[in-house]
Design a protein around this ligand. Structure first.
Ligand code: ADP
Ligand code: X15
Length: 404
């Protein structure tokens, strides 16, 4: 189905540069294991078993956010999933990285430092420009082939994703292959009954952009998380606080307000906002407040409230298909997991077709004892999967195809 080369086309014993997406939740400086590690481990193990020298690259967080940390811990976690040691070098493409790559034998695995610590990685530029960066020009000659397994980052035109395929023979890894096929098939599927999309999480601008594109495909959007707070604020409710170095509610507010205001004007009937919200009270307990009773912006809201969960669950019960992108609250803290878990349980209990996406959100399924078998597809991609739903082509996939 996909028109790119896969690992089936790659010769054994090559020196390969492999782009993974190990972007993970980080709590108090500790990187949390999640589905991305065990999915990517399959690609890495196969390459090592085929006697390739496997050098992995990945990013973590965004500069300025608390989750922007080194990949040292990721190497240990990945090694546990692969079942082989994964070495780590705290360098992206300098002398230390090149020396460690040269030392690597067939069957061995190395992880380079966070790609976003390299200045040339991030600015969104076209693949040709990215291929000309020092980052790509310095690393590419050390390899025979490039493998992109990071479907979940394929919507970003960053050097490690789009520059290398122009500099080296390029292949799709196993995760890239299966996620591409599943998400493309889902995007083409038609449903007879109501289609619902649960929209939450912290990457609010990502989801706002695709809601307009999905307006015909989705009958009802159920909003929560930080994304939901943006909509509530645009609707006149005094909520919203920036977390983790974001500036959704301050610097970017004027722009966000205008976009959300027109979404509410144009598709207000399809968009449902929380009726109540949860916060931490003075005793450290979960407390709830009706949205209509919120008079001033004086606290952080960490989940949707119980009335909202009941309303959203009822809509899900009547749906033919449900798509989830982003958590409805800070589910990693049990006190604020009710929204996310309530919605996921409602989906699991009905026989609707469902997709749960996002590196963080998909983690809630195993954290709260649910089974992936109760969902149609659990994707480790968030932003990439909702873009795929709109029919948008992902630049990281396109550039692999062009190499065909
Ligand atoms: N009200 C909230 N306050 C703080 N964090 C929140 C809130 N609502 C959701 N989150 C966080 O959003 C994260 C998921 O968001 P996001 O990164 O956009 O999704 P994903 O990685 O699943 O695509 C979860 O880790 C959750 O803790
Ligand atoms: O975690 C990711 O996306 P996701 O949260 O939409 O699944 C990807 O690693 C992309 O990260 P980015 O949104 O910081 O570019």
């Amino acid at each position: 189905m996909a028109s790119f080369k896969t690992l089936d086309d790659l010769e054994d014993g090559q020196r390969v540069l492999v782009r993974l997406d190990l972007n993970s939740p980080v709590e108090d400086g500790e990187v949390r294991d999640n589905r991305r590690f065990d999915r990517h481990a399959e690609t890495v193990r196969e390459l090592a078993d085929r006697d390739c020298a496997v050098v992995c690259m990945a990013h973590q967080g965004r500069p300025g956010r608390e989750t922007f940390v080194s990949l040292e811990q990721h190497a240990d976690i990945l090694g546990r999933h692969v079942g082989k040691p994964v070495g780590f070098v705290a360098d992206t493409f300098g002398d230390d990285a090149l020396a460690a790559i040269e030392d690597l034998d067939g069957g061995e695995i190395l992880l380079l430092e966070n790609t976003r610590m390299c200045d040339e990685e991030l600015p969104e530029e076209d693949p040709e420009t990215k291929a000309e960066t020092e980052f790509v020009r310095a690393l590419a000659p050390a390899f025979d082939a490039y493998v992109n397994d990071a479907y979940s980052a394929a919507h970003r035109s960053h050097a490690s994703l789009v520059g290398f395929p122009l500099a080296l023979p390029a292949y799709a890894g196993r995760v890239m292959e299966t996620e591409y096929e599943a998400n493309t098939a889902i995007a083409e599927r038609e449903f007879d009954g109501p289609v619902t999309m649960v929209v939450g999480g912290t990457k609010a601008t990502d989801v706002i952009d695709v809601m307009t594109a999905l307006e015909e495909k989705v009958d009802t959007f159920l909003l929560g998380g930080i994304a939901g707070e943006l909509f509530l604020r645009a609707d006149g409710v005094p909520v919203g606080r920036d977390i983790e170095g974001m500036d959704l509610f301050d610097d970017q507010w004027a722009e966000n307000e205008a976009t959300i205001g027109s979404l509410l004007d144009d598709y207000g009937d399809q968009i449902r906002l929380a009726l109540d919200l949860a916060f931490e009270d003075d005793d450290g307990e979960r407390a709830e407040i009706e949205v209509l009773d919120i008079e001033e912006k004086d606290r952080a809201f960490l989940d949707v409230g119980s009335n909202t969960v009941s309303e959203y669950a009822a809509t899900i019960e009547d749906s033919e298909a449900v798509f989830v992108k982003g958590a409805l609250g800070l589910f990693e803290d049990e006190r604020f997991a009710d929204g996310t878990v309530g919605v996921l349980e409602a989906i699991a209990e009905t026989d609707c077709f469902s997709v749960v996406g996002g590196g963080d959100t998909s983690r809630a399924i195993e954290l709260y004892g649910m089974s992936e078998d109760d969902f149609g597809h659990v994707s480790i991609a968030g932003g990439a999967y909702i873009r795929a739903l709109t029919g948008e082509r992902l630049v990281g996939v396109e550039v692999l195809r062009e190499g065909e």
